[in-house]
Ligand binder design. Structure first.
Ligand SMILES: Nc1nc2c(c(=O)[nH]1)N[C@H]1C(S)=C(S)[C@@H](COP(=O)(O)O)O[C@H]1N2
Ligand SMILES: [Mo]
Length: 199
């Protein structure tokens, strides 16, 4: 809350150009929100493509792997930013290392429900600040925000942070994902305002 203070009194160096800070948590996506069985027996996560060992994880199996916590700011390409998000989940780096990424793998295609996808360079996906998150600010993700698991890549516009992630495909050449095919930037650095293909 900004009692009495003018709006936007937060540290402006944390806010990329032409973004406005919100304290709400907007819900934004294309398509339908998926609902899973309580025991998540109808959910899994596949890691495949250019890896030594393709693997399919149940949610329980993921929970046995290195848990991580991060705090970061998120920036949506439509102009809102939300500061100080606390996430809990799994390390993308640990997960990919376990699968043995082949040297020719340079990009990741992230696959979500309903055929939605987004592309990122492998180095960005494996950064220490990137993760697969199951909770936000101490609560399990709601169905609208990606339950049971979403990607969080805070240094890129938030559309790269796929909700309802089901597959991580390691590829040699970069292919555009859902929004990237529809005019969004291939990389999406908010500090450089890489919003659209031509930026
Ligand atoms: N599967 C999926 N993930 C998605 C999207 C989507 O359409 N489908 N939209 C992206 C966009 S544009 C944004 S801004 C964030 C919004 O996340 P939120 O609804 O939790 O705020 O999800 C991203 N992840
Ligand atoms: Mo977005």
């Amino acid at each position: 809350m900004y009692f009495g203070k003018p709006k936007n009194q937060h540290d402006q160096t944390r806010v990329p150009p032409n973004q406005n800070v919100t304290t709400t948590f907007p819900v934004l996506h294309h398509g339908n929100v998926p609902y899973y069985k309580k025991d998540l027996s109808d959910w899994d996560l596949k890691i495949y493509g250019l890896v030594e060992q393709p693997v399919t994880y149940t949610f329980k199996e993921l929970q046995e792997l290195a848990a991580i916590k991060t705090t970061n700011d998120i920036h949506c390409v439509t102009g809102w930013s939300k500061l100080d998000n606390q996430w809990e989940g799994f390390s993308t780096k640990v997960l990919l290392k376990k699968s043995g990424v082949l040297p020719e793998a340079k990009y990741v295609m992230i696959h979500a429900e309903e055929g939605w996808s987004t592309n990122v360079p492998i180095q960005d996906f494996m950064r220490d600040t990137s993760m697969l998150a199951h909770s936000h600010n101490g609560e399990p993700l709601s169905p609208e925000h990606g339950y049971p698991l979403r990607v969080v890549i805070p240094h890129l516009y938030f559309w790269k942070s796929a909700k309802w992630v089901r597959g991580i495909e390691l590829v040699k050449e970069e292919q555009p994902g859902f929004w990237e095919k529809n005019g969004y930037h291939m990389y999406g650095d908010p500090w450089k305002e890489q919003r659209f293909t031509w930026d």
